[in-house]
Design a protein around this ligand. Structure first.
Ligand code: ARG
Length: 464
């Protein structure tokens, strides 16, 4: 980045140049250059409208288009000379345009302010980011479906309080995350609708005296409509905040998933293995294989949560309309998008590389009296009130614990001491397979129900 002693755009009113420290403090080009292509896109639409409305000449429009095309090439080829003196992405591009095409470049800013310009750029950037993120969520969901499909009859313990609770299939567990991601995608889609409105035309804050056509610009840029109040258009960043909130929720879901992967991969549990390419070793302990990727996902969730708080705090004390505070929206927003994008991308691949260890899962499901509820339900179905059934089974569990065996290992005569209602059909109920199969309703863990959920998931993805 170059630093020259050029006169500032507004220098006519000032007696001395901006202090060097202040220049560095206020400049945003170091990060907002990321908006460059969206800035050009917005400028092209604005110029086209100015020309159509007779505010600038057709020749000016042609010059602006030619100049911006060249600038776009310079930027994409990394040949653009970004200057700190020119403060931000907008002034850098405008200055270069004027150098390239002369007066037409100076006319581009007619009827526009950087306030509505930057709000437009950020919205274009975010819309693009959301569209990419929605694709990445769908790809992750596909990975989950593919893994789940292989494991509708792979039995593992389901937990509450991290204690063995009831048997479930591994597929059922995975599909819980599919559902979370479905809501995450819906949230992003919903946010997109509010992002996709045009601020341009609001100018600095009050609108502009030129005979502009905002709807035309909105249409050219693919916005669903215009922001309907000029002060609101330039000042609020609620769309960035709600996006970051949605992003924080996605990260939170993936953080929980990560915590489980870490736990399942621990040799103490041993339910799964994560492909080596997602793990690292230890510099001192030769036996170690560490789940770095899920750990980092868990860690980076804190970072995105922090961005949400940063943006909320940035907004809360601002009077209408635009304040320079808003320049601080970009780094948290960009980092949220980048972190989430990388996380989703790596996650889809990581899920594909999971190796499942069904025998370990099954052994764990057999350990914690996971079918005790099934026995209680069995007694209820034979006429015992649920509370009495609960008590009878609790005594049976205590007995099994003393014997050091599973409920299904207790002989019928022994079981009947806890309730005369018990018959030899109880052993089917006490089996892991029987337990799963009996939860045969939408949302239950019965293999046919989980397979149906997977099929619905595929249909949902095909429609999205
Ligand atoms: N770089 C500024 C931002 O990010 C652009 C808008 C500047 N407007 C102003 N009145 N200083 O918000």
């Amino acid at each position: 980045m170059t630093n020259t002693q050029d006169k500032n755009t507004w220098s006519g009113r000032f007696n001395e140049p901006v202090a060097e420290l202040v220049k560095r403090y206020t400049a945003s080009v170091g990060f907002d250059h990321k908006l460059a292509l969206f800035d050009i896109q917005g400028s092209l639409a604005h110029a086209q409208m100015l020309s159509q409305c007779g505010i600038i000449a057709a020749q000016d429009l042609a010059d602006i288009q030619r100049g911006l095309a060249q600038i776009q090439t310079e930027i994409t080829q990394d040949k653009f000379d970004w200057q700190l003196d020119l403060e931000d992405v907008h002034l850098n591009i405008e200055k270069r345009l004027t150098t390239l095409v002369g007066d037409a470049g100076k006319r581009l800013h007619t009827g526009r302010s950087r306030n509505d310009q930057v709000a437009t750029d950020v919205r274009l950037y975010l819309r693009h980011a959301i569209d990419e993120l929605l694709q990445l969520i769908a790809a992750l969901q596909t990975s989950i479906l593919n893994l789940a499909e292989q494991h509708t009859t792979t039995i593992m313990p389901g937990f509450t309080h991290l204690q063995v609770a009831q048997p479930i299939s591994f597929a059922h567990h995975l599909m819980a995350y599919f559902e979370m991601l479905k809501r995450d995608a819906a949230r992003l889609h919903d946010v997109r609708g509010r992002v996709n409105r045009l601020p341009l035309g609001a100018a600095a804050l009050a609108g502009t005296s030129y005979p502009i056509k905002r709807e035309m610009v909105a249409e050219l840029l693919g916005f669903d409509g215009v922001c309907e109040n000029s002060l609101d258009a330039v000042s609020d960043r609620d769309f960035a905040i709600e996006f970051t909130a949605a992003a924080a929720l996605i990260m939170t879901h993936l953080s929980r998933f990560s915590e489980e992967l870490i736990l399942w991969m621990s040799p103490m549990v041993g339910f799964i293995d994560i492909a080596d390419r997602f793990c690292t070793g230890s510099s001192i302990m030769p036996q170690k294989k560490n789940p770095d990727v899920p750990e980092l996902v868990r860690g980076k969730t804190g970072r995105v949560n922090g961005h949400l708080i940063a943006l909320l705090t940035l907004m809360k004390g601002q009077p209408l309309a635009y304040n320079k505070d808003n320049q601080e929206d970009k780094e948290p927003l960009f980092d949220t998008v980048d972190t989430l994008t990388q996380t989703l991308r790596i996650y889809a691949d990581m899920i594909t590389g999971i190796k499942v260890k069904p025998a370990k899962m099954r052994a764990a499901a057999l350990q914690g009296y996971a079918t005790a509820t099934d026995l209680a339900d069995y007694l209820v179905k034979k006429g015992l009130p649920f509370r009495d059934a609960h008590e009878a089974v609790a005594l049976a569990v205590r007995f099994a614990e003393q014997q050091g065996c599973d409920l299904s290992d207790i002989r019928l005569a022994e079981l009947q001491k806890f309730s005369a209602l018990i018959d030899d059909d109880v052993y089917q109920v006490l089996s892991l397979e029987g337990s799963l199969a009996s939860r045969n309703h939408i949302g239950g863990t019965a293999p046919n129900q989980v397979q149906a959920a997977i099929t619905r998931g595929r249909e949902y993805l095909a429609q999205r």
